[in-house]
Each structure stands twice: as C-alpha cells, then as structure tokens.
Design a protein around this ligand. Structure first.
Ligand SMILES: [Zn+2]
Length: 285
C-alpha cells in the first residue's frame, strides 16, 4: 500500500528540548462537529477558502495567512541552511516543496490518513509536508519535517535500512541548529546518574510509537538528537563519511569502525564517547 511505502515522520517531541515548547503533538484535538466527507489518501479536495502562497522553494496551501507567516518569511532561508549543512554538493534536492496546512488535527487526520496525535509528516514521494494549524508550527513542525525531506534526498533510495534513530536525530539536531533551540542536557545527565537513560543499543532498536509513554518518546527524541550533535563534533567530514558508509554497508558497527577507526570498535564505545561529551558540556546548550 502506498501509505506503507511512504515514510511518515511525526512531529518531534520538544518539551525536553526547549524551554518554551509544549507537547503540541499530543494535544487532544477533539472529535465531533465535523461533517465533511472523508477523503481517500492523497486526495486533496480543498475548500473554497484554501489559499496558496509561493516562495522561492515552497508552495504553501493554507486557510489563515497568519498561521503560515513564518513559513513564508523564513522557509527559504532555513531550507538553504539545512541543505548547506548537509553539503549541497553531495545530493540533489527537490526544487519545490509543497506545504499543506489543514485547519485542525481532525481535518489533517481525515485527509491524510494519519493519526491525530501526529503534528505533521513529510511525504517523501510527493515532496510535500502536511500539517495543521497549531502553535509555533514553523519552529515545531515545519523545520523538522523539512529536514526529513532533505535528509532523505541526501541518503537516497532504496531505503531499506533501520535508521529511524538517524533520521529523527538529524531532524532534532537541525531544529536546534537553525532555530537556536535550547537543550537542557542536565536532564540527560540526571537520568544517567539514576541509570534511566535509554541505552544506545535500545535507541537504535526502538521504532518509537504510540505504545510508549510520552516521557519515553520525548527522551528517545532528545537522546537521538544529542547523539547526532555528538557525532557531528567528531571531525569535519566524519558525518558525511559515516552516512556514506552506512549506505554502502547497511551496518552501524561497520560504518562506525570504518569512519572512526581511531575511536569506535562498536556501539559501547560510541555510548562511552557520547556520555563523555554530555558531561563535558554545560547543563544547558
Ligand atoms: Zn521526525
């Protein structure tokens, strides 16, 4: 099924990542009072009030202009920043991206066949991002989903690797980088002292989903984000070479050993290095 093929990326869970963000992805949007016909996946039957604004890279479909103002004002700039950060020489990006902002979570869920708890998702085949009107949509949803689009173009197809942690980590990392989000590393250090961090092995294995508690979900996202931040500090071209090795060999341990022969013999060494990095950093970065 098409929807199984599409890689769905959900809103990041940013409570732990930044001081001023809430669990927008988990807000109960409520049911009832909606009488529109359900549409099938991919069918976008817009209402008369649907508007379109185009920027250099984006076609933004929306109902209320104020909601998409940040997307229109900063979207192109942030897109350039993300592409630049991945090294634009090494991959080709979609020239245009469509962004659809539905009126609310219920309309979004009905028209995209997504779950109501998702804050948005990127459709990699359509070069499109789907979301709905919500607080801080640019900072909390669009930048994250845009990073998934860019990173997927960077990693290329076929996409058979179990690298959910990498995709989400990169999206969280770019959110911080391009939006100057604040990370409270003290939270991770405190959990580490209590033996309650998710191990790197488990980060790699976990495909985070609704069965987890919201605290566990938030922690998973935070940890994979900081893991990418740590990997990015190791050497200038290291991350690009690591991802290239991952593509070629589809094996994290091999990719680590080949990229960082001086450092990692396996995942335990990576975990040690990441924790050392955490403790070298301040409580807030
Ligand atoms: Zn994501």
């Amino acid at each position: 099924m098409l929807k199984k093929i599409l890689i769905m990326f959900f809103l990041s869970f940013s409570l732990l990542l930044s001081e001023d963000k809430g669990w927008d992805g988990f807000e109960d949007p409520g049911f009832g009072n909606f009488s529109f016909l359900t549409t099938s996946w991919g069918e976008l039957d817009f209402f008369d009030s649907w508007q379109i604004l185009s920027t250099f890279y984006f076609d933004v479909y929306y109902y209320n202009e104020v909601v998409v103002q940040d997307v229109v004002d900063y979207g192109d700039q942030v897109y350039d920043m993300i592409i630049e950060d991945f090294g634009w020489l090494y991959f080709s990006m979609p020239k245009r991206v469509s962004i659809y902002i539905y009126r609310n979570a219920a309309e979004y869920a009905r028209k995209t066949d997504m779950s109501q708890w998702a804050g948005g998702h990127a459709d990699l085949k359509q070069n499109a991002i789907y979301s709905y009107e919500q607080k801080n949509i640019f900072a909390n949803v669009i930048v994250h989903e845009l990073t998934h689009l860019v990173f997927d173009a960077y990693m290329g197809y076929p996409r058979c690797m179990a690298i959910n942690w990498l995709h989400e980590g990169v999206a969280i990392y770019e959110e911080k980088k391009v939006l100057n989000k604040v990370w409270k590393l003290k939270y991770l250090k405190d959990l580490d002292k209590q033996g309650e961090l998710i191990s790197i092995r488990d980060l790699f294995k976990t495909h985070i989903g609704l069965q987890e508690t919201s605290q566990k979900v938030g922690l998973w996202y935070f940890e994979v984000g900081t893991l990418i931040a740590y990997l990015r500090t190791l050497d200038k071209d290291g991350f690009r070479i690591f991802t290239q090795n991952l593509k070629n060999y589809n094996n994290i341990v091999e990719a680590l050993k080949m990229t960082y022969p001086w450092g990692f013999k396996g995942i335990d060494d990576l975990e040690k290095g990441w924790k050392n990095w955490l403790y070298q950093k301040g409580d807030t970065i």
